[in-house]
Design a protein around this ligand. Structure first.
Ligand SMILES: *Cc1c(COP(=O)(O)O)cnc(C)c1O
Length: 325
């Protein structure tokens, strides 16, 4: 609902700065490194995750701009689309999602919990062939404008400088937590998709002169494109400061664990997810976090990395966890 002046509603939880998400050490059975986890999946909005952090940045802009409709795009397993649909519903704004008709299948062809949620938030989901997504977005934008409606458009996955900002802030949060916990992490590892999360963490490192390198485990894209997109996001965010601050060694992005691409996974990932659930009680999904966690453990073995303190960021995706059950 709009308020009595016809303005988009406030959402208290997105207006506040999220409390730092918990960091703690996992049991020692995964690796001979000390593995710590940062639980961004516990962020208190729409089942949490990195897209909730990004949404909080878009929310500020939406409150300022007071658009008439929110538009974005993504697949049926997109956590971003779910969170934006939730945010739009909570603000009293219509939400229009363009979705490629290449679906990620749920078990036995059932709808994914994520897409059921998107529907429940009342979003309009329009599907089209993946090659027509860009044109469809442009056409729909023009149609809204023609009807005197102002669309607010968010790139897929919450890509863009506002999304990057969310993880620049998170890098600062991690440095503070290190101080409180009196320890130093040797590296941060996380699932890298559109690259915004990784770009944010790396920009955070460069701007805050942090000491912790960031490794992205690609869950979909292969190199050189995957790496290139992260670099471009860093360049976009840093602007004039890019040349002075950035060097290629800052960008560790591995495509060795993509298992054939987005949404694809192997039995070992499933087994790892079961194991983590049973020993730590932490849900992970096969598309993002479970895949990246498995990839990280393998990478540590393959690269013979021992005795380090590794911080793995759990970037969310909780609704996707239920599709494996
Ligand atoms: C989107 C997503 C990622 C990847 O984040 P990017 O910023 O797109 O690289 C990782 N984990 C989860 C659960 C996600 O939903």
């Amino acid at each position: 609902m709009r308020d009595k002046n016809g303005k988009c509603n406030r959402i208290g939880v997105l207006e506040q700065t999220f409390a730092p998400t918990p960091i703690y050490q996992l049991s020692e059975e995964y690796s001979d490194n000390e593995i710590y986890i940062k639980r961004d999946d516990l962020i208190p909005f729409s089942f949490g995750g990195n897209k909730a952090r990004k949404a909080a940045q878009f929310y500020k802009e939406i409150m300022e701009q007071q658009p008439d409709v929110i538009m974005t795009y993504g697949s049926n397993s997109s956590n971003h689309c779910r969170i934006i649909a939730n945010m739009a519903a909570s603000m009293g704004l219509p939400c229009h999602i363009i979705s490629p008709d290449e679906r990620v299948e749920g078990k036995n062809g059932r709808d994914l919990c994520n897409s059921i949620l998107v529907r429940q938030f009342g979003a309009t989901v329009e599907t089209c062939p993946v090659t027509e997504v860009a044109d469809t977005i442009e056409t729909r934008k023009k149609e809204y404008l023609g009807r005197g409606m102002q669309p607010y458009f968010i790139m897929g996955g919450g890509h863009g400088n506002a999304g990057t900002q969310a993880y620049v802030n998170t890098y600062a949060e991690i440095l503070q937590q290190e101080e409180q916990m009196r320890l130093h992490f040797d590296r941060i590892v996380h699932a890298s998709g559109t690259g915004t999360t990784q770009a944010g963490l790396i920009c955070g490192k460069l701007l805050q002169k942090g000491h912790i390198p960031v490794t992205g485990i690609s869950i979909a894209r292969s190199n050189p494109r995957g790496r290139g997109v992260v670099r471009e996001s860093i360049r976009d965010y840093l602007g004039d400061r890019f040349e002075a601050l950035y060097s290629e060694k800052e960008l560790e992005f591995t495509d060795a664990y993509i298992c054939g691409g987005y949404g694809k996974y192997v039995a070992e990932i499933s087994q790892m997810i079961d194991h983590v659930m049973q020993t730590e009680g932490i849900p992970m999904d096969t598309t993002y976090v479970g895949k990246a966690f498995w990839g990280m453990i393998r990478m540590l073995e393959e690269q013979k990395i021992h005795g380090q303190k590794i911080l793995f960021i759990h970037t969310g995706g909780t609704p996707l966890f239920f599709d494996r059950i």
